[in-house]
Design a protein around this ligand. Structure first.
Ligand code: ISE
Length: 335
């Protein structure tokens, strides 16, 4: 069967996923789209046969031929859309962050437990990136010895207008929160945030860049440079320092040209380019699993753990000190 998907939110990410489902991924079709802006939704759905257009996410989920939901609306709209999908028993791929606030994430986790089965896969696309997968394999292989530190750099060319000092943690560093847990198989137990003087290229009042430190349950220390107005492009790097060597990703810039006295490579300008293949693999894996009646990949628990790390990060920004992560017991549904 071809999986009919309702895509909620047709902004940059939603539009990219609509294109991907329509022309890259096999076995699925865009059956409905929803966006508060009907013109944007219509433009994104133009030319997709049988795709209905809505302003209300619930109406899109109720449209004929919808078997599953991809949520790509803004973070604050995720909780309501997730609960709507639960009410209809529809499997969901939800873009990160699962919800921007941990209280919302906990409510979603409780609702999913009441259903008694998993419906949610969280779109932490780095888990599907070939370089990240190689790094994880290198760390689990044991040849490098035990990991001691991760040095992470997360740079965006320019921040969107809604970014605040707090959102840098909840929307951007949330990726490192998940990647750290996934790469090391350890929980993050405490967070600190250092704030150098802001770049003069950041909007007034935005604390950019920031240096975020994680401590993990296994004693690894992780530093994350988050810099969302670096100007030159989109860059995500990670170096793992282990007892017998190091492993790093995000360094190879792909094609290098030498011409006219200059050598270099292009730097992607945003995440839809840098992680294009990871997004393809993520959506394909979700479609394939859903067609087999399975729910795989990052779970609501992973979304919740990442949100709680970010909450500690925001508290650490405010206090200037070290804040412990308050992680509840992992519910049996997510074992
Ligand atoms: C954006 O939402 C993403 O997910 C990107 O990967 C991240 O680099 C960016 O900072 C976020 O705003």
């Amino acid at each position: 069967m071809t999986l009919g998907i309702a895509v909620i939110g047709t902004g940059r990410m939603g539009a990219d996923h609509v294109r991907r489902i329509d022309s890259v991924i096999g076995g699925a079709r865009v059956a409905a789209v929803a966006d508060l802006d009907p013109e944007r939704a219509s433009a994104v759905a133009a030319g997709i046969e049988g795709c209905s257009i809505h302003t209300d996410p619930a109406a899109a989920m109720a449209a004929p031929g919808v078997d599953a939901v991809l949520i790509a609306s803004s973070g604050p709209a995720h909780e309501a859309a997730l609960l709507e999908a639960f009410a209809r028993g529809l499997p969901v791929l939800c873009e990160k962050p699962l919800t921007p606030d941990p209280a919302g994430t906990l409510r979603v986790m409780e609702a999913e437990q009441r259903l008694g089965r998993r419906l949610v896969t969280v779109g932490f696309m780095r888990r599907h990136d070939a370089e990240y997968q190689r790094l994880r394999l290198a760390l689990s292989g044991g040849e490098l010895g035990r990991p001691l530190m991760l040095h992470c750099r997360h740079r965006n060319a320019k921040s969107p207008s809604f970014f605040t000092t707090e959102i840098l943690i909840r929307d951007s560093v949330v990726h490192e929160a998940d990647a750290t847990r996934w790469l090391l198989g350890q929980e993050i137990t405490a967070v600190q945030v250092l704030r150098p003087r802001p770049t003069s290229y950041a909007p007034q009042g935005l604390g950019d860049p920031q240096l975020v430190l994680f401590e993990t349950s296994g004693g690894v220390v992780v530093d994350v440079e988050i810099f969302v107005n670096c100007g030159f492009g989109y860059e995500v790097r990670c170096e793992a320092v282990c007892e017998r060597g190091t492993a790093s990703i995000g360094e190879s810039g792909g094609l290098v040209t030498r011409a006219a006295g200059h050598a270099g490579n292009a730097i992607p300008q945003d995440f839809t380019v840098r992680f294009a293949e990871a997004y393809d693999r993520e959506v394909r894996a979700w479609v394939d699993a859903t067609r087999r009646g399975r729910v795989e990949g990052a779970s609501t628990w992973d979304g919740c753990a990442a949100a709680l790390v970010c909450e500690a990060g925001v508290r650490a920004q405010e206090s200037g000190g070290r804040v412990e992560v308050e992680l509840p017991e992992r519910p049996p549904l997510y074992e």
